[in-house]
Design a protein around this ligand. Structure first.
Ligand SMILES: Nc1ncnc2c1ncn2[C@@H]1O[C@H](COP(=O)(O)OP(=O)(O)O)[C@@H](O)[C@H]1O
Ligand SMILES: [Mg+2]
Length: 148
């Protein structure tokens, strides 16, 4: 059973926020599915849906693999010039000692071939990471819908 903590509300513009507890592999699937459904529902094109879905599973997998547990938050951004999706991943795991190295790609402490933070950054419009050894990691990404 997926660990959905809420759909709750976002103070700023009253759009929904979904929170998922991440502490097992199945949670990654749940986050990924929610992101895919929301992105499709909001009318993101198929490439953007794929990018968001990939980013969601990469970053939730990192929470699970490197920090064992954390939270994913999915928010719809409305009432702005464009519609967007914001994904936030927070954990209180070991943090990342060398952010530059983790972000430059091709560096993995678990020898996987995943995209990692660097690949994920290229899939979205905004990427923000805060991390320090012993203090955990917070990553917030945003992607805006293209208007044709
Ligand atoms: N949430 C996290 N907490 C701690 N370290 C992380 C986290 N996410 C990424 N890292 C570190 O950044 C490195 C690069 O991430 P990534 O490219 O996804 O590689 P990996 O295949 O090891 O997950 C990881 O090997 C790990 O050392
Ligand atoms: Mg990874």
């Amino acid at each position: 059973m997926a660990s959905v903590i809420s759909p709750s509300s976002n103070r700023q513009d009253d759009t929904p926020v979904w929170e998922f507890r991440i502490d097992k592999e199945a949670d990654i699937v749940a986050v990924r599915q929610q992101v895919r459904e929301l992105a499709k529902e909001l009318g993101f094109d198929q490439f953007a849906v794929a990018a968001l879905t990939t980013a969601a599973s990469e970053l939730s997998r990192n929470v699970w693999v490197h920090a064992q547990r954390g939270v994913a938050r999915i928010a719809v951004l409305r009432n702005r010039p464009r519609v967007g999706l914001e994904l936030e991943f927070v954990d209180h795991g070991p943090g990342i000692a060398d952010l530059d190295r983790a972000l430059c790609g091709g560096f993995s402490t678990s020898k996987s071939l995943g995209l990692g933070p660097s690949g994920t950054k290229r899939l979205v419009d905004e990427f923000n990471i805060q991390s320090a050894p012993g203090r955990g990691t917070k990553i917030v990404i945003r992607k805006w819908k293209k208007e044709f």
